[in-house]
Design a protein around this ligand. Structure first.
Ligand SMILES: [Zn+2]
Ligand SMILES: [Zn+2]
Length: 141
């Protein structure tokens, strides 16, 4: 079984466990998130689904449902736009987001652990962090 199918099946199981209905629009959207290399906005997901059966509001609501169900993470851009990424059990990473077109790419390296160590030394426990980087991408320059 491919890795993508495992992610898809795991997400479906989570939805079922949380008692969400597995509808065709949800399945199509989930498939899209599983196959996507980078976080997607509701508009992008809507464009890629390319069917009038899936209106933008429904796509957005379903992405929020995925977030609530814990199978996707929302990344908020500087301008307040939401991008959604499937939660895969893989290592910690961040994103660089284009402030013009909202394209987001993964940054697989994290240097923040050093700051977390400092915070721990100040007596804090359960230290986590949220960090996104913003810039202007190749296409938008
Ligand atoms: Zn761009
Ligand atoms: Zn980090």
């Amino acid at each position: 079984m491919s890795c993508e199918n495992e992610h898809f099946d795991a997400a479906i199981s989570s939805l079922k466990r949380e008692r969400y209905r597995i509808t065709e629009p949800r399945k199509a959207l989930l498939r899209l998130l599983v196959d996507s290399e980078r976080p997607l906005s509701a508009e992008e997901a809507h464009d890629r689904l390319g069917s009038s059966d899936y209106d933008l509001v429904t796509v957005y609501r379903n992405l929020e449902t995925f977030e609530t169900a814990g199978i996707a993470t929302r990344i908020l851009t500087e301008s307040g736009k939401s991008l959604f990424e499937l939660n895969r059990s893989e290592h910690h990473h961040h994103h660089i987001i284009c402030r013009k077109c909202h394209r987001a790419e993964r940054l697989d390296h994290c240097e923040i652990e050093k700051l977390e160590t400092l915070a721990t030394k100040l007596g804090f426990t359960e230290v986590t962090h949220v960090l996104e980087l913003y810039g202007v991408c190749d296409d938008c320059r």
